[in-house]
Design a protein around this ligand. Structure first.
Ligand SMILES: Cc1ncc(COP(=O)(O)O)c(C=O)c1O
Length: 394
């Protein structure tokens, strides 16, 4: 039989990350998962038990595609603390922020439409957008996030661009955060060029010292920002729960698409998270989560400052799970990884080239500290430093 796939499958590739981590002895800085040691297992056990005991029949039944009203209300209250003016009608519950990327893409992108991503950007977003066969344009990210001057210059050339995708807080993969000034400039540009913005921010609450600047959604004057939040990094990714905040009109359209995609999120999971938000101090848990990752980040970056050669640069994130390493310009980070770091030194990361929608840069790596145990962070960095020395001398 000749399998006749749809043309959209041409843009859909397997993950560059999952195929790298096969040796159990390897210290792998490539994974972007949160650390399971911070999941509030007991609190979730109690929440699920309570929901089953007190409202089991409802919790095991189908429910509205838009999500449970009580959970949507609780999320709207949390969003108000972020200065986002919204009500329950502005919230759609999603199977993680990832589903928001898929639904928003399907809502707006026709084949060949121009959309703008940051360079580099989140691999999962490229995976979601690929099925809509967009034409990509990209804008560089620097230490203050998306470069809005470069965006404006691009839009002068490509005024028909329809949608912009950004990760303003503790960006995946670079770890950088967009400044408030850039956020204001971005909203101004989006208003002038009639751009829809996806503000994807699953790491927003995982900051190390001060909170990040105001969300783009709170600065949005024309209902053109779709905010995507997630319980994955503050509670647990296995629950598959996130949310979109947008105008009621957009939420209704996205809900129609969600109905066609998966009917709804798990009623039981939504009810358990709603119960947990009522009975458990999630904010105190998030404070502990921040301290956990900050300790790891500090430990890893201290080791990197001491051990790595001077010509290697890396970002110092103020939240999230990643730093972005930049090798000298002609250094091929994938070649080094596959020929030396993994086979000879049992240390790994994700080569940066995978994170570009358009023109890959070969001399970067995404390094995550989230799932490498405290006692292995220094050893891992040392292995990387030794691998680099060995590679240079051979
Ligand atoms: C930038 C970004 N967006 C979205 C997601 C998906 O998150 P969720 O688990 O909420 O689907 C991730 C997960 O790593 C991410 O890094």
């Amino acid at each position: 039989m000749k399998i006749r796939y749809a043309s959209r499958m041409e843009g859909i590739k397997p993950s560059a990350i999952r195929s790298l981590n096969t040796n159990p002895k390897m210290i792998f800085f490539g994974g972007g998962y949160p650390d399971p040691d911070v999941f509030p297992v007991t609190a979730l056990e109690q929440a699920f038990a309570k929901v089953i005991a007190t409202s089991g029949k409802e919790a095991l039944q189908y429910s509205a595609s838009i999500g449970l009203p009580k959970l949507r209300k609780q999320i709207a209250e949390r969003m108000k603390r972020e200065h986002v003016e919204c009500a329950q009608d502005n919230i759609l519950i999603l199977q993680g922020a990832q589903q928001g990327l898929d639904l928003v893409a399907r809502l707006f992108i026709n084949k060949g439409d121009t959309i703008i991503t940051e360079a580099p950007t989140f691999l999962g977003a490229l995976g979601a957008f690929a099925a809509c066969e967009p034409n990509y344009e990209t804008v560089q990210v620097d230490e203050n996030g998306l470069n809005t001057d470069a965006l404006e210059a691009l839009l002068q050339q490509k005024p028909d661009a329809k949608l912009l995708y950004t990760i303003p807080d503790y960006h995946n993969p670079t770890g950088v955060t967009m400044s408030l000034e850039r956020r204001k400039a971005l909203i101004d540009i989006a208003n002038r060029y009639d751009l829809i913005i996806i503000e994807d921010t699953p790491y927003r609450e995982v900051y190390f010292d001060a909170p990040p600047p105001l969300p783009l959604k709170s600065l949005d004057t024309e209902n053109r920002v779709i905010y995507l939040g997630s319980f994955s990094k503050i509670l647990s990714p296995g629950l598959r729960l996130g949310w979109a905040v947008a105008s009621q009109e957009l939420i209704e359209k996205l809900t129609l698409l969600k109905l066609g995609a998966d009917t709804q999120c798990s009623t039981l999971n939504m009810a358990a998270v709603s119960c947990l938000l009522e009975d458990y101090d999630l904010d105190a848990h998030i404070i502990r989560t921040r301290a956990h990752y900050k300790k790891r980040k500090d430990k890893m970056l201290d080791a990197m400052r001491t051990e790595l050669p001077q010509d290697i640069r890396f970002t110092d994130p103020s939240g999230g799970l990643f730093t972005w390493m930049t090798f000298p310009e002609d250094f091929d980070s994938r070649k080094f990884l596959l020929e030396c770091a993994i086979p000879e030194f049992e240390v790994g990361y994700v080569p940066g080239e995978a994170f570009y929608a358009k023109t890959p840069e070969i001399n970067h790596a995404r390094i995550s500290f989230s799932t490498v145990a405290d006692n292995l962070l220094e050893t891992g960095v040392l292995r990387l430093a030794n691998a680099l020395r060995h590679y240079k001398n051979r």
